[in-house]
Design a protein around this ligand. Sequence first.
Ligand SMILES: *Cc1c(COP(=O)(O)O)cnc(C)c1O
Length: 219
Amino acid sequence: MSTTTYANLADTLRRQGVTLVAVSKTRPLAQLQALYAQGQRIFAENRVQELVARQAEMPADVSWHLIGHLQKNKVKYLAPFVQLIHSVDSLELLQEIDKQAARVGRVIDCLLQFHIAQEETKYGLTEAEAVALVEDPVYATLHHVRLCGVMGMASFTDDKAQVRAEFDALRGIFTRLRDRYFADQPYFRELSMGMSGDWEEAVAVGSTMVRVGSLLFSD
Ligand SMILES: *Cc1c(COP(=O)(O)O)cnc(C)c1O
């Protein structure tokens, strides 16, 4: 992507109050540095090993997000620095994040990941599972994690109506959870949805955070 195109996308999103997360997975470090030089400060990886390696190589003011499936035994590696984990899909994982955050004296922001697409392979909770998670007495004992909203991926399809319907369903889940369990917690406000191929649909439906990879990094 050219310098002007990045600036245009960043500016379009900024004017709408939408956070741009640059998904840098599999890209060479030089491409991350180029984007950093243009002002991008939030980067995301889907593998813990990559996240840790890049955090060491990039400037200290980068905010690092994890977007991929997270195994419990890897949480300890990212606990010291991760700013937002988009992919929490079980209470057990949240407990482990809480434990590792406590060890390093942090509170880690997390999103609940939902399964909204038709594809079978994508991870994520159903609304009923999320309700069970936040109503579990164990959840109330976790003081080193903060649920800040929800994340989801739409089906990989050209059918824009379907993509919008899936994003709309995620917004519905977000709104119901917020009103029922987080009404007094203003930080529960993130609706992480939209990627290179569908960020416009996501923003139209109310996304607060888009995760864009190929569009930013292809040349
Ligand atoms: C790879 C990935 C993205 C970015 O996808 P692009 O189509 O390259 O923009 C966003 N979210 C998740 C969870 C991903 O794994």
